[in-house]
Design a protein around this ligand. Sequence first.
Ligand code: NAD
Ligand code: ZN
Length: 281
Amino acid sequence: MGASDRRLGYTSRVDSSLSPLIAQAARLLSESLHIVALVGAGISTESGIPAFRGPDGRWSSGHPGSNQYQSFLADPAEWWRERRAAQSRGGYSNWDDAKPNSGHLALADLETMGFVHHVVTQNIDNLHQLAGTCSISEFHGNRFKLRCIDCGGRWLRETFVHSSDSIPTCPDCGGVVKSDTVMFGEPIPRDAIQRSLAEAGRADCCLVIGTSAVVFPAANVPLIVRQNGGRLIEINPSPTPLSEICDVVLRAAAGEVLPAIVETLREVFPAGRPTPAPRDS
Ligand code: NAD
Ligand code: ZN
């Protein structure tokens, strides 16, 4: 391990003591037919976005602020006023500059190579998509989008035209429009739950990356895979409630481990996963 892979645009720099576990994780991925990844805020810490429960996270540094769904429903106009004021103060600019890191890029490469079939992310930062991941469910929404609370329609923030001194409403159903990001107390969007649970139900392997695995229903994804006899691979520097039932636990940063897994698979399958032979009917 440790060689730089120019084709991938990142470097595998994992500690050599992890090599046997990396090899085991790569083998499990190559033996599995349908692989989902459940991803949490940990993968984006290497892009400069603090996790919720880390030392700089919002749980540690205070309160959910005005991001309460009940407050929004009670007075959406006030919520929009606060949001516009925060934006004009440049309140979100530290997140705007974030770029995908080697963990996001390697996860997208695993999809291209046929070793990840769907990503269920709890992140709202859009970094998976910027890295190239295509098949994705966003449990907690996307901070670059807006959503109608009635019909679930979504739009990119900058393409949604509305007057700057009123509550935006849905062009399709007239419902109130809010940020797509799921607020405290707000139900998870139904399309994300349905797709994630369907993917988990088909999966025989789940990569659990950078999540404390305590937020439900997202944490159900690996549990469903496990209940169906599938394998679990955890990538997290810290233990989680899932660690004990995982087949492989990699105690290191996602930005180190995922490139090493890609590199290992690339050595055996330079053209990606071989297409399975068609079954006899
Ligand atoms: P969490 O904050 O509860 O846990 C983060 C986990 O990542 C921890 O277990 C930690 O040990 C691990 N971790 C830290 N650095 C890591 C690294 N480099 N590689 C791998 N793992 C690492 O995160 P959560 O489980 O996703 O739950 C928090 C909720 O907060 C999310 O559901 C999300 O909606 C929201 N959130 C999102 C972002 C984002 O979009 N980037 C950031 C903060 C919070
Ligand atoms: Zn609508």
